[in-house]
Design a binder for this molecule. Structure first.
Ligand SMILES: [Zn+2]
Ligand SMILES: [Zn+2]
Length: 356
């Protein structure tokens, strides 16, 4: 019993085990009324301003917590005001009964603003700004990963209304959790098994196959590469990776960071140039867990999961994907990669600047 009654925080701040899928479900019912400031992009007739007084991410503005953002100049990191996980998540949970089990949703949720400018996308940041963002991600991985209660650090960006984000201010989120997310767990297990069976790094074999074929590569330089994999599930499912195996982003050398930023930027510019609009996507960083396991075979990479097949055509997840758990792709990775490869390497907004 707590002061909150018989069933404290039921369905809130709680992880419930899914025994059939063998994975945790995060219950975050306390977030259902969270506000999202700013008008939607669709409602706008005018260009988006560089500063929006109603945006809770812009410098100097007050957030729902009452805190005011500093007058930041590059990246800005703060604890999420509507976290789905917390270090002070209630430890006293309603007992589920039967075979069911639950546990506190222990973790840390943060927000990273990429830039003080409200109207930019990641694709429009200068090289040094992208490098600075990668340095911020490195610091966050170290900082959050060193916490004893944290087993995994998931950094991801949701971009665009097609994935439910109406605020255009460029930012990503971090969920540092007391469990390893399912996809990372699967990738780590596959990498480990491949190592045991062949003595080789799985992701290196993927890179070798992609370079041998060549037609799915979007761009590359000395140490980094972007491609739509042979097995791509979404039409424009681009992977960006260093060519050398590093379990997480902190292991990249300074030169590898510069090269990685370069390839990431090129891929992002091509995305925005595709339909001359901010290209919507879900972008997770896939990094090794921080639970003390041996992840030397894990190869850090960024994946893009863009929901659109055409400007107004969503890839709906339906029977096969939601019902069965396997993807049915309506496009061919080789064709989509060729489409991206052929696009200009200068952002369309900057192309217009050059014409002036
Ligand atoms: Zn803003
Ligand atoms: Zn991955």
């Amino acid at each position: 019993m707590t002061e909150h009654g018989q069933t404290p925080f039921q369905g809130r701040w709680e992880q419930r085990w899914h025994p059939l899928r063998e994975e945790w479900v995060i219950m975050a019912a306390h977030r259902q009324n969270r506000p999202w400031s700013g008008e939607t992009m669709a409602a706008r007739a005018e260009p988006i301003p560089a500063y929006d007084p109603t945006c809770y991410l812009c410098p100097g503005n007050a957030r729902v917590s009452g805190q005011r953002n500093p007058d930041y100049r590059q990246t800005y990191v703060f604890d999420n005001d509507h976290p789905c996980v917390g270090l002070n998540a209630p430890l006293e949970l309603a007992q589920p009964g039967g075979i069911y089990r639950n546990r506190p949703a222990t973790g840390i949720a943060r927000v990273v603003c990429y830039s003080p400018k409200h109207n930019l996308t990641l694709a429009e940041l200068a090289s040094h700004e992208v490098e600075n963002l990668l340095a911020t991600w490195q610091q966050q991985y170290i900082d959050l990963g060193s916490h004893p209660q944290i087993d995994h650090v998931l950094i991801f960006e949701n971009k665009g209304e097609a994935v439910g984000v109406s605020n255009p201010h460029p930012h990503c989120q971090i969920y540092a959790t007391n469990f390893v997310f399912k996809t990372i767990e699967t990738e780590a297990r596959a990498s480990q098994r491949h190592w045991q069976e062949t003595g080789r790094i799985l992701f290196q074999d993927i890179l070798a196959a992609e370079q041998q074929h060549g037609q799915r590569i979007i761009c590359e330089n000395e140490t980094a590469i972007a491609f739509i994999p042979y097995f791509g599930r979404y039409a424009y499912e681009v992977f960006v990776a260093p060519k050398a195996t590093h379990p997480n982003i902190t292991a990249l050398s300074d030169q590898e960071i510069v090269d990685f930023a370069d390839v990431l930027r090129q891929a992002l510019i091509k995305f925005d140039n595709l339909w001359q609009m901010p290209f919507p996507y879900v972008m997770p960083l896939h990094q090794a867990p921080v639970d003390g396991g041996d992840y030397r075979t894990f190869h850090f990479h960024i994946e893009f999961h863009p929901p659109l097949r055409k400007p107004n055509l969503l890839k709906y997840l339906a029977g096969p994907e939601i019902g069965g758990g396997n993807f049915l792709s309506d496009t061919v990775p080789e064709e989509k990669a060729a489409e991206l490869r052929a696009l200009p390497e200068v952002h369309y907004k900057q192309q217009n600047d050059h014409k002036d």
